[in-house]
Ligand binder design. Structure first.
Ligand code: ARG
Ligand code: ZN
Length: 871
């Protein structure tokens, strides 16, 4: 059963107010609900009945306007409740029984450890009570919850706290009221034995806000970074977008069992503890950055998502694409902008480009789905953010701010579409973005093929740009997109030449590519330039330009655009690696050249360590795989190892002295400078270790034992665990002994082993499922062990014997009965099976067919399996 965007209809009745009463018990939890409903003026059709969503609810009673409903006035099936002929306006009251203690899906009301919590996006609320569980129904919520006083001293829900009090039988209650109408997916409650840290924030207009972060007692010393990130986010949204917070309190709760990263429930954000908890000895630099970004992301949703929400789930990118763009900009302002951009693009190319080139490809605004939970994707989130970024860059900062002001003003309190968003861009700028909207409607990564011609007699340079967008499932022969291509032209000294377009354009660096084939002309150029194309990654496209290796080296050294300096180096590295994969005769010379360039970059005075670490990083195995017609699993791995070892040996002593210079000094800090130094230092250690020198491996052990911070410790452990160093098992055991009681740290331990390229990795992964710290019901554990293996270890996962595929499908089928969302996500690691050789294709197809042919499989997993087989 597929749901289509074109079938969207407003609801016949809307819900105005919701009163919920939760009686939480270890067994036999009850939910009493009181809804006020009325005819929807926006509904134009005929409707005599009203269907409310509800799944897995055990009905106790139902009343309409105070009287018990007769059997002939309603019907209940496995999807919900149908009211026949309800009045224009009425009150619906109900009581249902739930079993949160048995809920392993982690949607709706469930238990994580000793607490109760909820996850309602996208369609979890229907597992709590009868409701119009869709985002265009926005209502005022009042919540009362009661539970045992000792086991659940903390009782939280959305909005502002009202009264609380004691009850007989050692129970107590609390009441909450959210003055802002909201869709059901933003409902939340938490009950548990929690501690909190508290701070405060005064909004620009003087509203005092009480900020709290609630965690399990043992984690109370790991919340400071999250709190500081929250305060910085609140200030930033006021300064950059004029958006203030709108309640008296803002609460965050960290839970261990969570399907995604976090959830923006109004006034009560619930987080995967991975994105809250950090201490220098338990969290890496990337963890710290991830916390800052996710705290900001969820906070920013208060305006882009909550105050203004989505009309339907096809519009998911309205809130997610925009909010990711906002959190990326926030992180850039807080840290190192250039590095952040490189990291974001690296991730986009590795995952989103791959998704776009797979049977799971879909537009930023999909036109259909079977299970909406399968559409919380890198396309909707990260490509969606790129689509907002392109609009921001097309308009420029002032007009973009004007456009977002219009958006917030025009749609506050409403559920709207991506089209409404684009119209604000048009209204603010007076531009026509009709063609730009293709970015929302068509899947696939556009490809630009560019050629340059210099005409010395005319002093003119012409750039000819051709675009094409590949066919994707269900979409063929796409029209040309509107693509912002930002360029520079370098003279022979590597300086930017002044740009003067023959068409007199006021922004000559911005080429707006709108046709299939288009030529842009620059005049008054005394010499032939080297073009620097797609600066700052101005559009999420693949770019082809016939650069010589020498030109790439030149751009790497001189381009004023930091992103393109890095990208030229990456392109060069890919060329070398792919030549080595092919075992082409020129590979050896190219490797020597590359090592030379590497050496020069390493020794260049005053280079920024963070940028240097990006420049010196090799493209990943998956990225290399995407550049091949048929992925050569072993060849890619071997080539990458060969390059690392070659550099490690050739530059050994130089790497070593730089490594020593970068050693830890003083107390651990999270600043762009210190993060950059640690990144570079650890990268150098990677090359040193690849050299196989005794000294290097000893350095790893020393770095591990020095234990300055988790970034250094886990990197050293990763390097030692990847080979067969004698100290390998000892260090792994030491780590587990030390951290067995800290689940987030143990996730790293599982992941390190699952990512190892050793021959016995799959065997180890299987054995580790029996480890006491592992749990198949905890998504973080599943991601750390099974996810790391299937998505972070292409060499072992795609092993020629097909054992990786069989193992994965075993796990998918096991998990499908526990948590279909997580099962479906794991299965995505097989979606690109057609890119492999015949033997692997047969093995993978067989496993996908095993899934698709399984009786009683979830909609989530069925959609991924069937689309993967079709596409
Ligand atoms: N809105 C959340 C975020 O972007 C994601 C929650 C989605 N959860 C889900 N089960 N589909 O942070
Ligand atoms: Zn989000």
């Amino acid at each position: 059963r597929t749901i289509y965007l074109k079938d969207y209809q407003p609801v016949p009745w809307v819900i105005r107010t919701v009163d919920l009463d939760f009686r939480l018990h270890e067994k036999g939890t009850r939910v009493i609900s009181r809804l006020t409903l009325e005819r929807n003026p926006a509904f134009t059709g005929q409707a005599a009945e009203l269907r409310l969503d509800g799944e897995g609810l055990k009905p106790v009673w139902l009343r309409l306007d105070g009287s018990e409903l007769h059997g002939d006035a309603y019907g209940i099936d496995d999807q919900g409740l149908v009211l026949f002929n309800p009045p224009e306006q009425f009150v619906l009251e109900s009581e249902v029984e739930l079993a949160p203690e048995k809920n392993t899906t982690l949607q709706g009301l469930y238990r994580s450890g000793s607490m109760f919590c909820t996850q309602c996006e996208a369609e979890g609320f229907r597992h709590i009570t009868w409701y119009l569980d869709r985002p265009d129904v926005m209502a005022r919520f009042k919540v009362r919850l009661e539970a045992d006083r000792d086991k659940y001293p903390v009782l939280l829900s959305n909005g502002n706290p009202l009264e609380r009090g004691e009850l007989p039988d050692n129970r107590h209650y609390a009441e909450w009221e959210d003055p802002h109408p909201k869709p059901s997916y933003l409902f939340a409650l938490v009950a548990g034995k929690l501690k909190y840290i508290e701070d405060s924030f005064e909004t620009a207009s003087g509203r005092p806000v009480r900020l709290r972060i609630y965690v399990e007692p043992e984690n109370i010393d790991k919340c400071d970074h999250a709190m500081q990130s929250l305060i910085r986010s609140m200030r930033w949204d006021e300064e950059k977008y004029g958006r203030e917070y709108d309640l008296d309190v803002f609460n965050i709760v960290a839970v261990n069992d969570f399907n995604m990263g976090a959830m923006e429930n109004k006034g009560l954000n619930i987080f995967n503890s991975k994105y809250v908890l950090a201490r220098p000895d338990t969290a890496t630099d990337d963890d710290y950055l991830g916390i800052e970004a996710v705290i900001a992301h969820e906070y920013f949703h208060n305006w882009t998502g909550n105050r203004i929400t989505c009309r339907d789930w096809f519009q998911l990118s309205l809130k997610e694409g925009f909010t990711v763009y906002r959190d990326q900009e926030f992180s850039s302002d807080m840290g190192a902008r250039g590095i952040k951009r490189i990291d974001d693009v690296r991730m986009l190319r590795a995952h989103q480009f791959a998704e776009d080139d797979s049977p799971m490809a879909h537009p930023v605004r999909p036109a259909s789905y079977m299970e909406i939970n399968n559409f919380y994707t890198v396309t909707v989130y990260e490509k969606g953010a790129e689509v907002v970024r392109m609009q921001a860059n097309l308009l420029g900062p002032e007009l973009f701010r004007k456009a977002t002001d219009i958006y917030f003003d025009r749609f506050d309190g409403q559920a709207v579409t991506t089209d409404d968003f684009v119209r604000c861009m048009e209204d603010a700028s007076g531009r026509d973005l009709t063609q730009f909207r293709h970015w929302y409607d068509y899947a696939g990564t556009p490809e630009l093929t560019v050629q340059g011609e210099y005409h010395p007699d005319e002093q003119v340079y012409r750039l000819q740009v051709r675009q094409s967008v590949p066919d994707t499932p269900g979409q063929k022969n796409k029209p040309p997109f509107h693509i912002p291509l930002v360029v520079g032209l370098l003279d022979s000294h590597g300086r930017d030449m002044p740009l003067d377009r023959s068409d007199g354009s006021a922004r000559p660096e911005l080429l707006e590519v709108m046709e299939k084939e288009q030529t842009f002309e620059f005049r008054n150029l005394p010499e032939a330039p080297v073009p620097s194309l797609l600066r700052g990654f101005s559009a999420p496209v693949k770019l082809n330009y016939p650069y010589s290796d020498a030109e790439l080296v030149f751009l790497m050294a001189h381009d004023s655009d930091g992103f393109n300096r890095w990208d030229a180096g990456q392109e060069l590295a890919q060329r070398v690696l792919l030549k080595l994969v092919e075992q082409a005769p020129e590979g050896a010379d190219m490797l020597a050249e590359f090592t030379h360039a590497f050496h020069r970059a390493l020794d260049a005075a005053h280079s920024d360590p963070a940028l240097l670490s990006e420049v010196l990083s090799l493209p990943s195995e998956s990225l290399l795989g995407e550049r091949m017609e048929v992925v050569d699993v072993e060849g890619i791995h071997a080539a990458r190892e060969q390059v690392k070892a070659h550099i490690g040996k050739r530059l050994h002593d130089d790497l070593l002295s730089h490594y020593r210079d970068l050693g830890e000094e003083g107390e651990y800090q999270v600043t762009p400078e210190t993060i950059g130094r640690r990144r570079l230092k650890n990268l150098l250690l990677t090359y040193l270790t690849a050299s196989g020198s005794r000294e290097a491996v000893d350095l790893c052990v020393q770095q591990y034992q020095a234990g300055h911070n988790m970034t250094d410790v886990i990197h050293a452990l990763t390097l030692v665990a990847d080979g067969d160093h004698p100290a390998r098992q000892e260090l792994l055991d030491d780590f587990a002994a030390r951290w067995h009681a800290d689940p987030l740290v143990m996730d790293k331990w599982f992941s390190v082993q699952a990512r190892s390229s050793r021959k016995d990795t799959l065997e180890r992964v299987m054995a580790l499922q029996e480890h006491p710290a592992f749990s198949i019901t905890n998504p973080n554990k599943v991601r750390a062990l099974i996810g790391s293996f299937a998505m972070g270890n292409p060499f072992c996962f795609h092993s020629a014997d097909g054992k990786g595929y069989t193992f994965l499908v075993d796990k998918v089928l096991q998990l499908d009965g526990i948590n279909p969302q997580i099962a479906a996500r794991l299965l995505r690691s097989m979606a690109r099976w057609r890119h492999y050789d015949k033997a692997r294709r047969e093995l993978a197809r067989g496993q996908l067919e095993r899934v698709a042919g399984q009786n009683g499989i979830s909609r989530d997993v069925y959609e991924v399996a069937s689309k993967s087989l079709q596409g």
